[in-house]
Design a protein around this ligand. Sequence first.
Ligand SMILES: NC(=O)c1ccc[n+]([C@@H]2O[C@H](COP(=O)([O-])OP(=O)(O)OC[C@H]3O[C@@H](n4cnc5c(N)ncnc54)[C@H](O)[C@@H]3O)[C@@H](O)[C@H]2O)c1
Length: 401
Amino acid sequence: MKETTGEEIKRVAVIGTGLMGHGIAQAFALKGYEVNLLSRSKESLRKAIQEIEWSLSKFVEKRILSRSEAETVLSRIIRTTSYEEAAGNVDLAVETVSENMDLKRRVFSRIDAIAPSHAIIATNTSTLSITEMGRATGRPEKTVGMHWFNPPQLTQLIEVIKGNDTSSETLNNIMEVSRRLGKTPILCKKDARGFIVSRILVAVFNEAFWTYHRGEATKEEIDASAKFNGGFPMGWFELVDFVGIDTEYDVSKILHEAHGERFRPCLEVTEPLVKKRKLGRKTGVGFYDWSKGRPRISSDLAGKYVIERSWAVAVNEAAWMVLDDVAEPKSIDLGMKLGTGWAPGPCEYADRRGLDRMLNTLEGLYSQYAIELYKPCPLLKNYVEKGWSGKESGRGFYKYS
Ligand SMILES: NC(=O)c1ccc[n+]([C@@H]2O[C@H](COP(=O)([O-])OP(=O)(O)OC[C@H]3O[C@@H](n4cnc5c(N)ncnc54)[C@H](O)[C@@H]3O)[C@@H](O)[C@H]2O)c1
């Protein structure tokens, strides 16, 4: 059966109305798509619509939309609790239910039974296998990862992930739909846990946690160095508090299982807080006290943690992704810049700084601590041996002419 092309996709089902679902429905409706929004209960649908109305009112306040445009956007969203109504007439369904494989497989299979045969089924999963969900349907080639960032109606980035069975036609269509939504899609070429952005972030969090655990720097010193020396938008502990320590804890364990010892998490740092339900901003306390707003981190503490270590593990993980053909340097850099506000991305940074220096830093850390996190990726060694040491030499992660 011929697939619909990206530009022919007009009607979309969004399954699930949690934090992500309502924002995704709004993002589609804002760009003229007809949306069927499905929730399990009328009550959660009502709450989702309230959230969308609130967000649209902010767009009106900021004069991004007129009041009548906002009403038109809202009118494009049909609310339903019935799968038949939600998926019966769509070109694309985006699943945004809770992060649980059994549940997601059931949802995929239900959509598959109802949706027209040309329709694509996408998942917003952060950590689960797209391939496995796709195989719960009779159309695995038309299943794909479409990983949004929070809040979906505002953020720029979408990671598009190829499952083992995803066809290039499906991938291209979702890349095209993402562009039509006004987003920047980046392609994750393999169904590799953590995709692109989370994988780099967790490597950096692990390095900060191990350093803290060894008593070499306080969390305030690490965060001050990240912000004021590294130019990162937040300190690493502050960012984990912001995301939720429980979320980071779960993801770090999944990455460890998938990618091995390089991702051994420092559970000594996170687990006690998870057990005490000190989960960060959402519970008012985590690494920091959030009861009076964002933690104040003094710039006087900057420099006590060598920020080059964060860069070194980020660059190393980027090298693994390039080596394993998971992502192109450009996608990795775009992902980190748009998804987390880094400037520059790790491949750009390494090329500027010199791959030989990054390799040196990693080798030094590896010989000092003997943990896999610091073991240099063979791709980095290979590039340096070939004289591809970055911008100055004309070739690093990128080619310069
Ligand atoms: N929160 C984030 O920042 C974020 C970012 C990217 C991706 N994601 C992913 O998006 C998905 C949803 O996350 P969330 O943060 O919106 O979670 P959430 O808990 O806010 O929402 C999950 C929704 O799924 C619904 N649900 C549960 N079982 C259902 C069923 N049988 N049928 C229909 N709906 C059902 C729940 O009622 C709830 O509305 C997860 O896969 C998550 O990993 C989350």
